[in-house]
Ligand binder design. Structure first.
Ligand SMILES: Nc1ncnc2c1ncn2[C@@H]1O[C@H](COP(=O)(O)OP(=O)(O)OP(=O)(O)O)[C@@H](O)[C@H]1O
Ligand SMILES: [Mg+2]
Length: 260
């Protein structure tokens, strides 16, 4: 039988294309094939003062400023007004975008310390897990947020009235975030990442689809900042420590820099 090329069908399966969300951190998207996978939950962890809050706020701020994506910041460690003031040192005027309905800050601090809150969005005292999740859900929907930050996980545990298994709380949070379709950053503490323990409770990294570690390393009696992508599902990424800086413009990562 003569060979008929029409009989030969080359079936090429279309590759699943992962939609990416720009991180807003210069240098970082290059290390992530263009950004975080859309809808993913990323844990940003590290010791104190390594830039976790700055990283998280930068993600939401640049989202509103550069990509027209509304974002919600749940601040559980510092009052919304303190966060706004601190972020002004990077030239980030959160209030401007709050007025435009592109950013919403949920103040989770004022009520527990007994201070009156003038905030539009504030968590009431004595909230349980369901109440907390429901409130966040409502605010996300109200501004049609595409980005969300919760700073920080250890403060959720302290903030909530009910003593619940933190893993269960995180699983619920993660499920609700996936349902909302937002791309999220959760921050947590890692006192000494070199010991191998990269989160406070040791469970945060399991419910997150991505983990980014911010840390310091000593070099010639000077501490240098570095960033490590520990995991990022659906993404081919290097497992290298990259230098980064915090300047008056926020965080910049140097993909071709060396930390040693
Ligand atoms: N305007 C600025 N310019 C340069 N560096 C800054 C500026 N503001 C803050 N920093 C640096 O960022 C660090 C604090 O970053 P950030 O608050 O994001 O860290 P964090 O990991 O959230 O800390 P914590 O564990 O206390 O919550 C400061 O210690 C300082 O080194
Ligand atoms: Mg912080």
């Amino acid at each position: 039988m003569a060979f008929n090329p029409i009989d030969v069908k080359v079936i090429s399966m279309p590759k699943h294309v992962v939609e990416r969300v720009k991180t807003g951190v210069p240098g970082l998207d290059d290390l992530l094939n263009g950004g975080f996978p859309k809808g993913t939950t990323v844990l940003v962890t590290g010791p104190t003062g390594t830039g976790k809050t700055t990283f998280a706020v930068q993600f939401v701020y640049r989202g509103a400023e550069l990509y027209d994506e509304p974002g919600v910041i749940v601040t559980l460690e510092e009052r919304a007004q303190d966060l706004r003031r601190e972020m002004l040192s990077f030239g980030w005027d959160l209030e401007k975008y709050e007025r435009e309905g592109k950013i919403a800050i949920i103040d989770g601090v004022s009520s527990i310390v007994g201070l009156p809150s003038e905030e539009k969005f504030a968590l009431e005292e004595g909230l349980n897990v369901e109440g907390f999740l429901r409130y966040v859900y409502r605010v996300v929907k109200s501004i049609n947020a595409k980005r969300l930050v919760v700073d920080s996980i250890p403060s959720i545990a302290i903030r909530l009235n009910e003593e619940k298994d933190i893993r269960e709380v995180l699983l619920r949070l993660n499920t609700i975030l996936l349902e909302m379709g937002v791309t999220s950053i959760l921050t947590t503490e890692a006192e000494d990442p070199k010991s191998g323990k990269i989160s406070k409770y040791g469970v945060e990294e399991f419910v997150s689809r991505g983990v980014i570690l911010l840390d310091l390393i000593e070099k010639d009696v000077e501490l240098k900042r570095y960033l490590l992508i520990r995991k990022m599902r659906e993404t081919k990424h290097a497992m290298k420590k990259y230098p980064f800086e915090i300047t008056e413009d926020g965080i910049t990562v140097y993909p071709s820099g060396e930390i040693y």
